[in-house]
Design a protein around this ligand. Structure first.
Ligand SMILES: *Cc1c(COP(=O)(O)O)cnc(C)c1O
Length: 378
């Protein structure tokens, strides 16, 4: 029997190659051309005010924290409330910009708990970094309201949220900055790339320079310019090499055409899992998502997690874990971390295989391996 993998990205190969071929034919694979097209398509798809295409979500999170910090005159060591259940780049981005990550607790949704966010606020708090785990927008509205009331900035790490909607609105519209990942195994896969979407037009403009070493005119703009000073530019700040390329944007443009369709199938797979797993009396508890979730992940909290994963691997099924509580890592170690909901939940987390090539029979097989593990264990 074939192995069942956690994530298998699906590319519409001929359509994607046609987009890439255009780049190769005109001889433009870098910044501009398809990156401009993808930014426009993303704004149209999401309804967000701006979108700037960069080479990763990590880069976008860094730009978001740095530029909001400059605009608000935050001081080194000022605090950003964040979650311990995330990919480390969320929290690294806070440190890149010289601020302090303050961990608040999550609830059963694996997203930050609004009450715990409120409790973590101090006079030095400047922002909240919210991660919509697996695409789930649970608690986002409540946290947004807290940010508004307490005059804090909201940064949404939407790495799992391409295509997540709350009602008819795409998530991110009310955040100060929303950052998407189009990394190789996200639900809108390219190779490596991302999108940073600022609410404020001046920050969007600044991000475009900052992602291009601080240079105030990119090559694409200069090529469009007339006259013999097309080579001329000024450098305004110590920027970074964070821009996206037209090859990645070409892949993303095609993936975007299929995003809603793919997410709908992800939600279908999640329903199949739900129907089979609810009722596995306490051994397994599925994480519940709100309706519009992109369903980047299907997570369960499982008794005897490590042994379960070994048994699944032996049966040719390869689940994952998202994530280990970041306070397990030396640099984010905090006293008392093991007493939190986040820590305890993360000990049991398993992400079951979820991708658009999965069939009903595959879901059945994944669940069977889980059932036979627990009945064997009694
Ligand atoms: C993948 C991921 C990131 C980083 O995305 P890159 O595009 O790989 O930099 C950030 N946050 C979360 C929650 C992620 O899953």
């Amino acid at each position: 029997m074939e192995n069942i993998q956690l994530f298998v990205p699906t590319y519409r190969i001929e359509e994607t190659l046609a987009e890439i071929r255009e780049c190769l034919q005109i001889g433009w694979t870098g910044l501009g051309f398809k990156t401009d097209k993808f930014e426009k398509a993303w704004v149209e798809f999401t309804g967000l005010r701006h979108a700037h295409f960069i080479n990763s979500a990590t880069a976008g999170l860094h730009l978001a924290v740095e530029l909001l910090g400059e605009q608000g005159d935050w001081k080194p060591g000022d605090e950003i409330i964040t979650t311990p259940i995330t990919f480390v780049s969320t929290n690294h981005a806070i440190l890149y910009a010289g601020f302090t990550p303050v961990f608040a607790d999550v609830d059963e949704s694996l997203n930050l708990s609004p009450e715990e966010v409120e409790r973590a606020i101090t006079p030095r708090t400047r922002a909240v970094m919210f991660v919509g785990m697996g695409g789930n927008p649970a608690n986002l509205r409540e946290v947004m309201q807290i940010c508004r009331n307490r005059k804090l900035k909201l940064i949404l790490d939407a790495a799992h949220m391409a295509g997540t909607r709350v009602g008819s609105d795409h998530v991110g519209i009310e955040a100060d900055a929303t950052v998407f990942s189009f990394q190789a195994v996200k639900n809108l896969p390219t190779g490596d790339s991302g999108m940073v979407c600022f609410a404020d037009a001046s920050l969007d403009a600044e991000a475009r320079k900052r992602s291009w070493l601080g240079i105030n005119k990119n090559t694409f703009q200069r090529t469009a310019q007339l006259g013999s000073y097309r080579w001329e530019y000024d450098v305004e700040a110590t920027g970074y090499k964070y821009n996206g390329s037209s090859i990645m944007a070409a892949i993303g443009l095609v993936a975007l055409r299929y995003l809603d369709q793919d997410n709908a199938y992800r939600r279908q797979i999640a329903k199949w899992y739900d129907a089979k797993l609810f009722g596995l009396n306490g051994d397994v508890t599925p994480v519940i998502h709100e309706l519009g979730s992109s369903r980047h992940l299907y997570q369960i909290s499982a008794r005897d997690r490590d042994a379960l994963m070994v048994a699944m691997n032996a049966a040719g099924v390869f689940p994952g874990v998202h994530y280990k509580d970041n306070r397990h890592y030396r640099m984010y170690d905090r006293p008392g971390a093991d007493q939190t909901v986040a820590w305890k939940l993360s000990e049991g987390l398993v992400s079951l295989p979820l991708h658009v090539r999965l069939t009903y029979a595959d879901v059945d097989r994944v669940v069977s391996t889980i059932c036979s593990f627990y009945s064997r264990k009694g």
